[in-house]
Design a protein around this ligand. Structure first.
Ligand code: FE2
Length: 508
């Protein structure tokens, strides 16, 4: 880390635009910290960047000298605190391209979300923050490419149950060569008593103390969406999963949702449109990587119909799954997705989302047993998506999935019950960063009666490294020997390739 004098940094900060200052000041009535010194080093939760565009990224940090302080305030005073951020072309900050000022406010847990514009496409940049006379670690990021693009490399990650601090998968990932990380949820796991903003802040802060998670965030921009455990297991729209009784008292779950959403926003590199408004958060969005790769990032929890059953890992298929009135995305997001796919000029169209899209019958015999939390519980909605793909033929659709703590390669079929039917798209399900898969045997015993599932492994943790070129999409399943032992070697479990114009993956 390069140390600059506080005077040098803060003295020139008046050159910065007032936009961020004004935006932040508008939400806070707290006075600005009169004395610039903080009690201790405030960058204990690291730095991050996210949602790359061709001309910029959003930079993130949260001031928290005492990150696990019981009141959830991170050891910060009830004051607004000026923060300066800098972007440079080199790690030593000799070729500085931006230096501006923001304000960290107590209403947002002293998180900073600095949206940087005016950068060059497809370029590496370095960034850091200064507050209270302290300088943050240096982060590296990368803008999205524009126009003709030869290659994009990214990691698909999900499900990082707390295993005590080390994350072998993130340590491995941080040493990889990637343009971005796509995280499809279960960034934290709620606990039985996680209910208030203070509770959710403490949980996020705990996870963010991981040096390996910090290292990955400091190295690559992240594109994140949540799944269920950022809020509550298997929540659905306004319905708390432990249906009925006290958990669904009027207002209780809306208040929990609002607390969870705010803490989520406070701890991740999200742009202003993703700032929650009480119990709602507009999380689905699109990101383009030149003419090569378009991401539609979905939120399949906030607008979904309630699960028909909670049988785990599966249970007899409820005939109501076919009801076209049931939705996984809500009507508005569904229209947005289909419209985006219809208009996309990109060579590859990735749909980054949470639960498994492919049908999977857990019953080897005559019965049909499915998991009703996944798209199998929303078969009517899945039919609409796959019928659209069949009719409108968006270029090279690839679905990216998390949630199920296991590695899968699936053909998405016109008719899952007819192996000879057309393969319309490919689904890569990434294993968890650290969460266990106790239900792996229940899946493994039925893989051979689901021939559209080309690969399954439930025993290993890691991430999927995707290398996308105009000719092909390659997915390398990078796995670690032990989720919480970063010294253990990482290996490639399996590699699959989709050729452009030929849906369905084949072994590399
Ligand atoms: Fe999970």
């Amino acid at each position: 880390m390069t140390q600059l004098s506080r005077r040098e940094l803060l003295g020139k900060s008046a050159l910065g635009t007032g936009a961020l200052w004004a935006a932040a000041a508008g939400v806070s009535a707290a006075p600005v910290l009169a004395r610039q010194r903080l009690s201790d080093y405030p960058f204990t939760l690291g730095v991050a960047s996210g949602d790359p565009l061709p001309d910029g990224v959003v930079l993130w940090t949260r001031l928290a000298p005492d990150p696990l302080a019981a009141d959830g305030r991170g050891g910060m005073p009830d004051r607004r605190v000026p923060v300066t951020w800098e972007v440079a072309e080199d790690e030593a900050f000799r070729r500085r391209v931006r230096r501006e000022r923001a304000v960290a406010v107590p209403e947002l847990g002293h998180a900073v979300h600095a949206e940087v514009g005016g950068l060059q496409p497809g370029r590496e940049y370095f960034f850091r923050f200064v507050a209270g006379g302290e300088v943050s670690p240096v982060g590296r990021t990368r803008t999205a490419p524009a126009g003709a693009t030869d290659e994009v490399r990214f990691a698909l990650a999900s499900c990082q149950a707390w295993v005590g601090g080390p994350y072998a998968a993130y340590r491995t990932m941080a040493e990889d060569d990637l343009d971005l990380v796509v995280h499809v949820g279960d960034y934290i796991y709620e606990r039985r008593d996680t209910e208030t903003l203070q509770d959710f802040r403490l949980l996020h802060a705990l996870y963010k103390t991981s040096p390996d998670l910090q290292a990955a965030h400091a190295r690559f921009p992240f594109v994140v969406t949540f799944d269920d455990h950022e809020i509550e297991n298997n929540w659905a729209d306004g319905v708390s999963q432990p249906d009925g009784e006290a958990s669904n008292e009027p207002g209780r779950f809306a208040a929990l949702r609002a607390a969870a959403f705010q803490a989520y926003y406070e701890h991740l590199p999200l742009r202003r449109p993703q700032r929650p408004k009480g119990p709602s958060l507009h999380l689905y969005r699109g990101l383009a990587f030149g003419d090569l790769l378009d991401f539609s990032v979905l939120d399949t929890r906030q607008y979904r119909s309630d699960q028909l059953t909670e049988n785990f890992p599966a249970g007899p298929r409820d005939p109501r799954t076919d009801d076209p009135g049931r939705t996984m995305t809500g009507a508005t997001q569904e229209r947005w997705l289909l419209d985006r796919l219809a208009r996309s000029p990109a060579r590859w169209n990735a749909i980054a989302q949470q639960t498994i899209v492919a049908q999977f019958d857990y019953d080897r015999g005559e019965g049909v047993s499915v998991n009703h939390d996944q798209w199998d519980g929303y078969a009517g909605a899945r039919d609409r998506l796959l019928d659209f793909v069949a009719q409108r033929r968006p270029a090279n659709p690839v679905v990216l999935t998390g949630d199920w703590h296991s590695s899968w390669v699936n053909d998405l079929k016109a008719d899952f019950d007819d192996p000879a039917s057309e393969t319309l798209a490919t689904e890569f399900v990434g294993t968890s960063i650290s969460s266990n898969c106790s239900w792996a045997p229940a899946v493994a015993q039925a893989v051979d009666v689901n021939p559209h599932v080309k690969f399954f492994d439930g025993d290993r943790r890691g991430y999927v490294r995707c290398t996308v070129t105009p000719e092909a999409w390659r997915s390398d399943y990078q796995v670690v020997a032990a989720a919480n032992d970063p010294s253990a070697p990482a290996t490639t479990l399996t590699s699959w390739v989709v050729e452009a114009g030929r849906p369905g993956a084949v072994p590399a």
